[in-house]
Design a binder for this molecule. Structure first.
Ligand code: FAD
Length: 390
């Protein structure tokens, strides 16, 4: 006789992980429980993060650029990286964003497109958490359509001179290096910009109601002068930034499974202990309907992530697989979070419980790294062969 399914992993999905992947899961889960979970509500409420300290902790655990090879990176499987994102985002999407931006956007960009000198200079210290990176693509007037960006790099002798601004840049106020994408006479190109370069300013974005345990910035470049060696030598056009976004979206489609699981677990625990009309809320049919729907969404999203992880690790991943996963899993996580919030009643709106924090965070996750509509259009184009973006 088989045993009753585990309420926390109903379909026994983690049995599919390798021993190393399970070890990484346990290490990240332990670190998150000890070092992150006790503080996260405070960080969220204050809108501040101890970025340098967090970077060191993540670096010591080997999480920064963990799926990259060489230069001090751990070189793990894609699934292991995804599982790490899942365990971090079970605490908060902002903390997973911290690791995603460092590893999948800033480090991945340098690893994939950088010169050997750029890699040697930045990657080992970024992997160790001794230097932080950010990734500047979005602008005030260029979001879903990054090709319309206005930031421009022009030649002055062998130097480059950068002018323009970027908006909504995660870790922009604490970064030591910014990967900045700009128009040039030769198409869009990427630049590795030390943030202490004269002409670089980062202004904190305030008044956010979502992703508050994450630092967000406007970057401004005023006649910022860079040497020839600052540019990514080969890549031209949107292929450069889009390749990095694909990596980060991959982390998201695993990460949101963690956020959804945390909301479901919070609702399960709450409804088993809170009594109304003389019995636990969990004993009412309408509550069980909601819990059953949550189990379905959490496990379905977990299976989608695992399959996309397998495609990545076998070299068969297409960017439209990632669009599928981001669209499907963020949607599932939002449904779970909204339903969990109702089950907690008035407590559902309090920071004493994680649910509304996750719910608010997921509104950012729905929008960044390609909005739900952009991923729907990618899937539509994939199956029809017709582009409906313009
Ligand atoms: P818009 O592109 O203006 O879209 C607004 C709405 O219109 C959306 O619903 C969109 O889907 C819809 N829309 C647009 N075009 C179409 C169309 N053709 N058909 C149908 N609907 C359409 N960016 C970075 O570069 N680096 C970062 O580190 C970073 N971090 C972020 C952190 C946070 C907290 C947030 C909120 C954003 C971050 N972003 C970052 C920016 C993010 O990637 C953009 O917000 C996102 O790409 C959407 O762009 P937009 O906000 O300009 O929305």
């Amino acid at each position: 006789m088989s045993s009753t399914p585990d309420p926390h992993d109903f379909l026994d999905i983690d049995a599919e992980l390798s021993g190393e992947e399970r070890d990484i899961r346990d290490a990240v889960r332990g670190f998150a429980a000890d070092q992150l979970a006790p503080h996260v509500a405070g960080w969220y409420e204050s809108g501040q993060l101890p970025a340098a300290e967090l970077a060191k902790g993540f670096g010591q655990l080997g999480l920064l650029g963990m799926h990259l090879e060489g230069y001090g990176c751990s070189g793990t499987s894609g699934i292991a990286y995804g599982i790490a994102c899942r365990e971090l985002e079970a605490v908060d999407s902002g903390l997973r964003s911290f690791v995603s931006v460092q590893g999948s956007l800033a480090m991945y960009a340098i690893h994939k497109w950088g010169s050997e000198d750029q890699k040697q200079e930045w990657l080992p210290k970024m992997a160790a958490g001794e230097a932080l990176g950010c990734f500047g693509l979005t602008e005030p007037d260029a979001g879903s359509d990054p090709g319309s960006m206005r930031t421009r790099a022009t030649r002055d002798g062998s130097d480059w001179v950068l002018n323009g601004s970027k908006m909504w840049i995660t870790n922009g106020t604490v970064a030591n290096v910014a990967v900045v994408w700009a128009q040039t006479d030769d198409g869009i190109r990427g630049f590795v910009v030390p943030t202490d370069t004269p002409g670089f300013t980062a202004n904190e974005v305030k008044h956010k109601l979502s992703l508050r345990a994450s630092l967000t910035a406007e970057l401004v470049f005023e006649d910022l002068r860079l040497p020839e060696s600052a540019v990514f030598p080969e890549v031209r056009g949107l292929r450069g930034p889009l390749s990095c976004l694909n990596e980060a979206r991959y982390g998201i489609l695993f990460g949101v499974v963690g956020a959804a699981r945390a909301c479901y677990e919070s609702a399960l625990e709450y409804t088993l202990t809170r009594e109304q009309f003389g019995k636990p809320l969990a004993g009412f049919q309408l509550t069980q309907r909601k819990l059953a729907d949550m189990i379905v969404e959490v496990n379905r999203a977990g299976l989608v992530a695992l399959q996309i992880g397998r495609l990545k690790d076998s070299g068969k991943l297409h960017h439209n697989h990632v669009s599928f996963g981001k669209l499907a899993n963020v949607r599932s996580a939002i449904e779970v979070a909204r339903s969990a919030r109702t089950l907690l009643g008035a407590n559902g709106i309090s920071l004493e419980y994680p649910v509304m924090r996750h719910m608010n965070n997921l509104e950012t996750v729905l929008t960044y790294e390609g909005t739900e509509e952009m991923h729907a259009l990618s899937l539509g184009q994939s199956v029809t062969g017709l582009s409906a973006f313009r």
